[in-house]
Design a protein around this ligand. Sequence first.
Ligand SMILES: [Zn+2]
Length: 278
Amino acid sequence: MERIPDGVYPHRELLATLGRGDLDILIREKTARRVRHGWYAVGEPAAADIAAVRRGGVISCVTALNRHGVWTPEDHRFHVRGNSSAVRNRKGPFCRQFGRPEPECGLVDDVPTALRHAARCLDDEGFVVVCDSILNKRLMTAEQIEYQFRAAPRHITKLIDRCDGRAESGPETMTRFRLHSQNVKVRIQVTIDGLGRVDLLVGRWMSIEIDGWEFHSDRRHFQNDRTRDAIALELGYYPLRFTYDDVVFRWPETNARIMTAIRRGAHLRSHFTDQIPR
Ligand SMILES: [Zn+2]
């Protein structure tokens, strides 16, 4: 008999994979148990997955994007979209998309469907963060994202124009988005001779690097970052470096630091009075 991983599955999918005979055996053995009409739990799936299906939904939106490896903002809600009868008759909350609800396919929505729902659950910045990550990981192209929102409000199309798949982490996107919103011109993933690529460059001389990971990865990385800062200084740049926590949990302080440097003109000129020949 074909082994299928523990999980919650639509009946028709189990039928297609196992055939009626084997599925009947699993049901008799109680390895497969009915969760709601048309849906079965096989083995020991996560309780939250069973709960989502039991209340008439499937995993979508931010939670589904996260499972596809998309960088998503901190969010501890479990995002479920309901089928039409659940939306009418049961208690939410259910995530919604622009336009009419769609039939469910499997336990976890695909990236385009999840993104359409996330557009109504996330704020503007969060939406740009997930789009950047989807583009960066090549899960969808910019044209494919635009197509998903062809009937969405103009506001969403404007946000899509602000997305950039070169961004390498959520905090990097957040920093760019917030600086743009304050009319600070930022270029991203700029290559500097003798240094390599920096995440963000303000004006000609201020570089901003973001450690995109929640936990600082390893020793070699740590060393490499310090060496880069030293080189940037030698080349006359004003290097700023921020962590995930600086951006996500301490933005007012971080923003103040960037703005103070900009007010002093750190982005306009090298800190060497006699600029080094280049
Ligand atoms: Zn949602």
